[in-house]
Design a protein around this ligand. Structure first.
Ligand code: ADA
Length: 553
């Protein structure tokens, strides 16, 4: 299932069968084709643990007419073919895209998806990094049959009015035929409906707006995550010909007086950075594991998760909506120098990822802030210009949420004044020995003096490493569970007892595999700063974090 609820009751839409045939044409691959599960990453196969190359996935589908295949995520370059004809190409593992075959005969067809996780000169975002660039079809694949016109996108933004809640819809209708599509568009939110006569010229996409008054619909909040259905339907000659269903929550986010307000209530964030990764399943964590992560984070006293460093699986976001977990979502970038940001395709690829993130995830009520460009070169003129361009894009795509970026712990930041919320990554006690309270205050004052005055301030990363099961009874050795406990205790206490801090996001929830190139500073070739390991076995720090998250104000 692509989402945690039905996204269509009229459109013919179904998940692709899960068992595909995988062949690996490049060196170091399989000797013969293998059956594998989709979604999945090929590193889950023992022979492909370190394979970097192309993976060709094949599957038979039975469909006809206008066939729309939705691929939720392919890591990290994709080519999609139907019966040998190229339908779509896509870059980036963490957002979905469609492949459309118009007017094909009804019957069985071969769907072929070529995934490629080789780093090459064309890839600006996927590079060897402090997390692993897996290969494969990592999110669900959906096969749909659509008519001559279909609903291509539905964005719904809640708005508080004098008469209670309203929902503003932006709906894209795509006409695949040469002649115009004349019909009616309806938007139903929380049981209230509005409609519009539409006339979509041939071979075009038109965006319509429709607002629905929802009166006394209940507010969405972390404590009471009330969700409502938002359904667009397309009608022609008195018949419903297509639909697109999503869910929304009624809440508004405002930044005011140094605070982030959700429906007027101040947010105090405590939570985790979480990579989308789970032990042997890599990037393609099963939905059961996603839910367990949320239960573990809740048990730890968290109310917020950061999707470092890329957009997450919509199923995880659905579960956050349902359980009231606040989400910081960011488009894909981590730790790029100015030279890397000057890559000729960098802004194009980042812009595409950012646009897809907002278009595909904009309805999730749990997402309260957008971010991008984690720890890039904001201290250079060129780098800062890229930050400003992405902030402007995020604001243009979605004026209803604040924007931020997690900045590196070094002096010289120049974009504090350009974000709505100031966020910094600091590692006192781990990468240097400044006492946590002092390190925090230095960074906060630097932000205040350089444009960040009066803005909410989030510690978007702080943490320390420990190898699961490695103990030092004296509590001194780095990488021991005892030392991690001591450092985290000092860090969390310093941050949560500071009156001007809006929140803390620990680095990190679970240990994650990193690129081979990073292995020298990363024992086990893992980033070991998790409070649980990659199989969610709790380290000693689990109890420390739980105690502090639950007792500090
Ligand atoms: C950075 C970065 C993370 C991770 C972390 C660390 O702040 O944003 O991706 O690399 O440091 O473990 O050092």
């Amino acid at each position: 299932m692509e989402r945690m609820f039905d996204t269509h009751v009229i459109r013919k839409s179904r998940a692709c069968a899960p068992v595909w045939t995988l062949t690996t044409p490049d060196e170091g691959g399989l000797d013969r084709p293998e059956k594998v599960i989709v979604p999945g990453v090929w590193e889950a196969h023992p022979a492909l643990r370190k394979y970097r190359g192309r993976g060709v996935y094949e599957q038979e589908i039975t469909a006809g007419g206008n066939v729309r295949v939705w691929l939720g995520g392919v890591s990290f370059r994709a080519r999609v073919y139907l019966d040998g004809a190229l339908l779509a190409e896509h870059y980036g593992a963490y957002t979905g895209f469609e492949a459309l075959a118009k007017g094909i005969p009804f019957g069985t067809h071969t769907l072929r998806v070529e995934a490629d996780n080789r780093f090459d000169a064309d890839s600006a975002l996927h590079i060897p990094n402090d997390y692993y660039a897996y290969g494969g079809i990592n999110r669900p694949v959906i096969v749909e049959e659509v008519g001559g016109a279909y609903l291509a996108e539905l964005r719904v933004t809640p708005r508080k009015t004098a008469d209670g809640w309203a929902a503003d819809g932006q709906i894209k209708v795509r006409n695949l035929e040469d002649r115009p599509f004349r019909g009616e568009l309806r938007l139903n939110v929380a049981g209230q409906e509005e409609s519009l006569e539409i006339d979509v010229p041939g071979n075009s996409v038109i965006e319509y707006t429709l607002s629905v008054r929802c009166g006394d619909a209940e507010d969405w909040s972390p404590e009471h995550p009330a969700l409502y259905q938002a359904a667009a339907t397309l009608w022609q000659a008195g018949e419903a010909v297509d639909d697109l269903i999503d869910r929304i929550g009624f809440r508004e986010i405002r930044v005011e007086g140094g605070k982030i307000l959700l429906n007027g209530r101040r947010l105090r964030l405590r939570g985790f950075n979480r990579h989308e990764e789970y032990g042997a399943f890599g990037l393609a964590a099963p939905v059961e594991a996603m839910m367990q992560d949320l239960h573990l984070m809740r048990d730890l006293g968290a109310n917020c998760v950061r999707t470092c460093h890329y957009p997450n699986d919509p199923r995880f976001l659905d579960l956050c909506d349902e359980t009231g977990m606040l989400v910081w979502e960011e488009s894909h970038t981590r730790g790029l120098s100015e030279a890397q940001m000057r890559h000729p395709r960098f802004m194009e690829q980042l812009t595409q990822c950012t646009r897809e993130m907002v278009a595909q995830h904009g309805n999730h009520p749990s997402i309260f802030i957008w971010a991008s460009l984690n720890e890039c070169a904001d201290d250079t003129v060129y780098g800062a210009a890229c930050y400003r361009e992405i902030f402007a894009l995020l604001r243009e795509l979605d004026p209803s949420r604040p924007v931020t970026a997690a900045l590196l712990e070094r002096p010289g930041g120049t974009v504090y004044g350009d974000m709505d919320v100031v966020s910094v990554n600091i590692y006192p006690g781990w990468y240097h020995n400044t006492p946590a309270g002092e390190g925090l205050e230095q960074k906060r004052l630097e932000a205040v003096r350089n444009g960040g005055e009066g803005k909410p301030f989030i510690v978007s990363e702080i943490g320390a490493g420990a190898i699961y099961g490695f103990h030092d009874p004296f509590g001194e050795a780095k990488w021991s569970e005892e030392r991690q406990c001591a450092i985290l205790r000092e860090q969390i206490t310093a941050v949560l007892s500071h009156p001007d801090v809006t929140g803390i996001l620990l680095w990190q929830f679970a240990d994650v595999r990193v690129a081979e190139e990073w292995a020298m500073n990363r024992p086990r070739t893992y980033n070991n700063k998790g409070v649980v390991d990659e199989y969610r076995r709790p380290k000693m720090a689990y109890q420390v974090v739980k105690e502090l998250f639950k007792t500090l104000p």
